[in-house]
Design a binder for this molecule. Sequence first.
Ligand SMILES: CC(=O)SCCNC(=O)CCNC(=O)[C@H](O)C(C)(C)COP(=O)(O)OP(=O)(O)OC[C@H]1O[C@@H](n2cnc3c(N)ncnc32)[C@H](O)[C@@H]1OP(=O)(O)O
Ligand SMILES: CC(=O)C(=O)O
Length: 491
Amino acid sequence: MKVKILDTTLRDGEQTPGVSLTPYEKLEIAKKIDELGVDIIEAGSAITSKGEREAIKMIVKENLNAEICSFVRALKVDIDAALECEVDSVHLVVPSSPIHIKYKLKKSEDEVLKTATDAVEYAKDHGLIVELSAEDATRAKEEFLIELFNRGKEAGADRCCICDTVGVLTPQKAERLFKNISEKVDLPIAVHCHNDFGMATANTCSAIFAGAVEAHVTVNGIGERAGNAALEEVVTALKFLYNIDTNVKLEKLYEVSRFVAKMMKLPVPFNKAIVGDNAFAHEAGIHVDGLIKNTETYEPIKPEMVGNRRRIILGKHSGRKALKYKLDLMNIEVSEEELNKIYEKIKELGDLGKYISDTDLLAIVREVKGSGIEEKIKLDELTVVSGNKITPIASVRLHYRGENRHLIETAYGVGPVDAAINAVRKAISGVADIKLEEYSVKSIGSGTDAIVEVKVKLRRGSEVVEVVKSDADIIKASVNAVMEGINLLLL
Ligand SMILES: CC(=O)SCCNC(=O)CCNC(=O)[C@H](O)C(C)(C)COP(=O)(O)OP(=O)(O)OC[C@H]1O[C@@H](n2cnc3c(N)ncnc32)[C@H](O)[C@@H]1OP(=O)(O)O
Ligand SMILES: CC(=O)C(=O)O
């Protein structure tokens, strides 16, 4: 049997402090998450605001494959708001620990049980699927949870959920708790874990192993405080470590991760499991040598399985085999002597604490080989006009040395950098199909005259290059980075 995935990126994920989405953004994310193959999308909490209801209504109207769910408190007003949005189901949350019952709700346990069953009955009477969720269940009394779920079942609840609201579960406690509850409650059980101690994925997997049949997750593990169990981690750990399947299309994980990161303006950490850019990146010479011989030596799964890719990074820890491999990928031929010289330079730069980008490597190769490799396209002229009464516009003149002709183009953009890069992309469009996949900028130092570091990722077919360029002028740094990347891809 496949484990169900409830994706709560649009509810608990959007509760990430500082994040809020427009209805249109929520709809776009819901469509992407649906394509991924999740079973249930918790699209939001209908009571939250007018915009939230508009978003949930738009998502419902899209007729996605997934069941569309709204978070509700055990309150008629919340359920009515969910009904107004015409969702399929409600995630009906009831505080269950003594601390929540006494201090937050200021009620007795009996009052909470009555409120919960009344709410379940009300939702069922109005045709909703009901997932009855115990908030802070991992600090609740087990007898209370069993009573809550069994009364909920009598009132018509379709499934129940144990929430580790403040992330205090351990895999051992999860195994015992979920086994115990599933023996005493005749409802499908879901698990909802938070990551306060970095245990959310492990706890979710343990709960599933012990009988839970549905996992609540968010893309990139975003959510309240330290976040929720990460979708990409849970589904891949279940598949590759527990041999348990879900309906999630694993090869789409990286793409969806980046889409959500962009929409939520929450960058994915480099070392994020599965979808981080370093998840399949290797610098250490011994590792790269092993990988060249057999990728299983240092990769538990192939990066393509999750839509990610392998990156070989050169630096202080590189070996000669890594260098040769990287040069082969870049179609650069070198003699044994040249290889050794390039290798020594890389070690020197590494000792100075420098990261060796693809363009740094190219510069070293040029230096070692003399004029052996030259730029195919050179920037001759760049003009950018921007202001408060003009749509930013840029013009470029490039010298295509390969055919000794000039490429001249103009383009608009949302800002001067966008306009300049659009003009370069337009100018080279007749030469090669090169896509700008990522662009990021960071300031080194403070002040309006600070140096900015621009990082771009460009793709031509299956070839990808990353270039980092710095300058005090953000437009120059951006265009130089794109030009260097284009030249690398035209080698
Ligand atoms: C663990 C979680 O992630 S829980 C989900 C958290 N999500 C959200 O909070 C969604 C966004 N929230 C909001 O927009 C607002 O808080 C609203 C619209 C839900 C409520 O706003 P307000 O009416 O101003 O209430 P406020 O947020 O100040 O207080 C929450 C109230 O809900 C009560 N409450 C909290 N959880 C529940 C519950 N599951 N069932 C019933 N009542 C609850 C609290 O006791 C408090 O009631 P009180 O005013 O009688 O003390
Ligand atoms: C319901 C929920 O989001 C929690 O208890 O963490």
